[in-house]
Design a binder for this molecule. Structure first.
Ligand code: PLP
Length: 477
């Protein structure tokens, strides 16, 4: 008790801590008011700890360090960069595509200064924000005209509203998809003001189903790329080219929602082929919609390409204004699309493609290189082994076609709770490491690991976390 009382008496004052060397850094970074507040809190917590345990009083430097780590923790944004080692390259919950360097530079430059967003530098008159990407999109897809909105859900909503508000939209039952979150085709249709007319059955839809559904009230025939599932077995659907013939015959526009929609033939890079936007346009669709941040590898955006008269009508729709993209993303989109003009160097420059195209052998070498250091960091309570695994493209693209990959499999030598604690510790790192929990192991698929040095330096903190010594403000020694 004597010692405890002495320790309490010797507890440094707020002013003394504020005058310490470490406090200078604290004040510089967080200002006087937040720093003083944090020091007070640390001192109050320490006082409580000293009453119940026999401990020496902390030094001014220790209190200042605790206050600093407290504020730094609170200051960390959850949007900080992380390591996506889930094996899903385009992970919707982790922000999908990471951008190419040129796109990042373009976005940063557009953020910093005014740009000619809706201003024609040649004539000095008002311009249109679509002008920056229209020609590129047309050249890359073969479409007559193009526009861009917030995301593909917006592209679908806007196109349907323009073509079929107060009218009927015909869709195959096999294509009434739900895509993560709250995107369900029937709901989007009703919000677009279109009346859904389902044709065919879940597994089979025939040309005659479409033909007999068309009437004077039909606004659009909608084809949806069933990107996130596949119906197997006794199936048939009506292809884009045949649907285009039916729609042209009856003078009803055909809209094709491609979802991922790639601009290049992915088989060129060793991946399975997805329908390209150019093919959908060439088949005769009047409107094609696709995402900017899926296989295309750009920022979040939704592209609408197609016949000029329809794109004109879409641009006149007042809803367009509510769905438009800002200068930052437009700059990044333009830079990303320009990369597609040189397909030979695309895989080098576009991270999405580069990551998807990495062969297993290369990733396996990386796993072998990293394994000893990772074992060291996680400690003797765990066993790290090199494993083969399967990556996914993600965002609904080619859901059944996985890509051979490799990684590290971490198992606990003491049980599941330790494993979950480790997963939580990995998520709590300065740069969080996100793997996947699978069959009683944490699997780190290394396909998307590009910065090994940073990865190792971040993992180092697992066993040397400075704030761990003073959990809850209680000095442990
Ligand atoms: C992903 C997807 C959408 C939604 O696109 P977002 O860019 O996420 O808004 C719509 N339709 C299909 C077929 C999709 O795959």
């Amino acid at each position: 008790m004597e010692i405890a009382r002495a320790a309490l008496r010797d507890l440094p004052s707020v002013d003394a801590v504020l005058n310490s060397a470490t406090a200078a850094a604290l004040l510089e970074r967080f200002g006087r008011s937040a720093s003083t507040e944090a020091i007070r809190t640390v001192l109050a917590e320490t006082r409580i700890a000293l009453k119940s345990r026999m401990l020496p009083p902390p030094t001014v430097e220790q209190v200042a360090t605790l206050a600093l780590s407290r504020l730094a923790d609170g200051d960390r944004t959850a949007l900080r960069p992380l390591f996506n080692l889930t094996g899903t390259v385009l992970h919707t919950n982790l922000g999908r595509a990471v951008l190419a360097e040129v796109a990042i530079e373009a976005a940063v430059a557009a953020m910093r200064d005014p740009v000619a967003l809706e201003f024609d530098l040649a004539t000095g008159r008002r311009g249109e924000r679509d002008d920056h990407v229209r020609d590129l999109l047309c050249a890359l897809t073969g479409a007559e005209d193009a526009t861009v909105v917030n995301n593909n859900a917006a592209a679908v909503l806007l196109s349907l509203n323009t073509l079929a508000a107060g009218r009927e939209a015909i869709v195959s039952r096999g294509e009434l998809i739900e895509i993560g979150g709250a995107f369900r085709m029937p709901d989007i249709m009703s919000r677009a003001g279109a009346k859904l007319v389902e044709v065919g059955t879940t597994n089979r839809t025939h040309p005659k189903d479409y033909k007999s559904a068309i009437n004077e009230a039909t606004g659009v025939i909608l084809k949806v790329h069933t990107s996130n599932y596949r119906v197997l077995g006794f199936t048939s659907d009506v292809g884009g080219a045949e649907l285009a013939r039916i729609s042209a015959d009856r003078n009803v526009p055909l809209m094709n929602d491609l979802g991922s929609g790639t601009i290049v033939d992915l088989s060129r890079y060793g991946l399975k082929k997805e329908p390209t936007v150019r093919e959908a346009v060439a088949e005769g669709a009047d409107v094609v919609t696709f995402s900017g941040d899926k296989l295309l590898g750009g920022p979040q955006a939704g592209f609408i390409v197609g016949k000029r008269a329809i794109i004109d009508a879409i641009n006149r729709n007042p809803m367009k204004r509510a769905l438009r993209v800002d200068k930052i993303r437009l700059a990044a989109i333009e830079a990303t699309l320009k990369l597609y003009r040189d397909p030979d160097r695309l895989a080098e420059r576009l991270p999405t493609l580069r990551l998807l195209a990495r062969p297993r052998s290369e990733i396996e070498d990386q796993a072998r290189r990293l394994s000893p250091a990772v074992q060291q960091s996680v400690g003797r309570g765990f066993t790290v082994t090199i494993c083969e695994c399967e990556s996914q493209i993600g965002s609904g693209a080619l859901p059944l076609d996985t890509i051979p990959s490799a990684g590290l499999r971490i198992t606990s030598n003491t049980g599941g709770i330790a494993l979950e604690r480790l997963a939580a510790a990995l998520r709590g790192l300065r740069r969080p490491v996100i793997g996947r929990l699978e069959d009683g192991a944490i699997v780190l698929d290394l396909r998307c690991l590009t910065d090994e040095t940073e990865f190792l330096s971040v993992l180092n903190a697992l066993d040397s976390d400075p704030s761990a010594q003073f959990q809850n403000g209680q000095p442990s020694r």
